[in-house]
Ligand binder design. Structure first.
Ligand SMILES: [Fe+2]
Length: 344
């Protein structure tokens, strides 16, 4: 991207020279063993995290992400213990990066605040959809997007968007932690509608290509539960399974499974429910356990034990007084959308 991209080139190169190029020896050193290090590509790790633990013998696979290596979206098929990725969309065109650009513009943190933007969407009206489609992106029939790079800055610069982007929506980005206005709500609703449309079109395209009854998904955009809900209602797949750790945390699981099945050729046993046995993989909280009581004491916490009925009344009262209640029961769930599943 010379000459414009010189700053971001120098910034990236210093990281490559000081760290990334030495990743293999760094991993060996950390593990304390001199063994062969295998590298799984970013989207293959997402695909593997979606397909291998799924309850399907065969399935279509869709990974929708920001960017990993140069890839932003892939689709493929999983059969038995083998995955084949068939097509991909490459950087700089990316649905995930588009969503992140709006995350930044509405004053939230990229790569972590996307869920806040998603949560804000139902409060607004999708009144910017037409502007986004006219000025910012082109949506292909297969659901992939072409981004108008005149309005973005992430290829050559260090920010997601530029002045042209801001002009389209009537001003500069919301300052983080400042008041959220109707504009941010409407922007959230608009980009959510775009995201829904793209995801449904992608799934339709993959259905057409594979004619599979099953679909599995992973990648950052698969964490958008609103779009996933629309997808479940509107696409023609009979069964859908989504990796609960659809972001890059799930890549670790995917890489391990990829090595196990693709490299070591180990057989895959499909279970009726998913083979992760839900996403309850964390430590467990037990009522009245000695361990938990000891931990509460160590933390200097104030606590009280309630019977179930009284607990419900207590929670209702706290909520009615406008406060927030967090409930933790059983084992911790893996994945950033692990909220409220086990509420009552
Ligand atoms: Fe990713």
């Amino acid at each position: 991207m010379a000459p414009k991209g010189i700053c971001s080139f120098l910034k990236s190169m210093s990281k490559w020279i000081s760290s990334n190029l030495w990743m293999e020896s760094k991993i060996s050193k950390e593990l304390g063993v001199k063994k062969k290090i295998l590298f799984c590509t970013h989207h293959m790790s997402h695909a593997a995290s979606a397909f291998y633990p799924s309850p399907f013998e065969n399935s279509a696979i869709l990974t929708i992400d920001g960017v990993g290596e140069w890839t932003t979206i892939t689709w493929g098929e999983g059969k038995g213990n083998h995955i084949e990725l068939k097509e991909e969309l490459k950087f700089p065109n990316s649905l995930g990066l588009l969503y992140s650009a709006f995350t930044y513009y509405t004053g939230f943190k990229i790569n972590s605040g996307e869920y806040k933007l998603m949560g804000l969407a139902p409060y607004g009206e999708p009144k910017y959809v037409d502007i986004i489609k006219k000025e910012l992106i082109h949506i292909n029939e297969d659901g992939t997007v072409i981004l108008n790079q005149k309005c973005f800055n992430y290829i050559t610069g260090t920010k997601m968007i530029n002045q042209k982007f801001c002009k389209l929506f009537g001003g500069s980005a919301r300052k983080p932690e400042s008041k959220i206005t109707k504009r941010e709500m409407d922007l959230a609703a608009s980009i959510q509608e775009i995201c829904n449309e793209c995801v449904v079109k992608m799934a339709r395209y993959v259905k057409q290509k594979t004619n599979c009854n099953n679909l599995v998904l992973a990648g950052g955009v698969a964490l958008n539960v609103v779009s996933m809900g629309v997808l479940k209602r509107e696409c023609e797949f009979e069964n859908i399974w989504i990796q609960p750790a659809g972001g890059d945390a799930g890549g670790a699981l995917g890489s391990a499974l990829w090595v196990w099945h693709e490299y070591l050729k180990q057989e895959r046993k499909v279970q009726e429910t998913d083979s992760m046995e839900s996403s309850y993989l964390g430590t467990e909280i037990k009522d009245d356990s000695e361990e938990d009581t000891k931990l509460l004491e160590e933390l200097g916490a104030t606590w009280e034990n309630f019977e179930e009925n009284n607990l419900i009344k207590k929670i209702a009262n706290i909520l009615a007084s406008g406060k927030i209640v967090a409930i933790a029961r059983g084992r911790m769930e893996w994945g950033p959308r692990a909220l409220g599943i086990d509420l009552f």
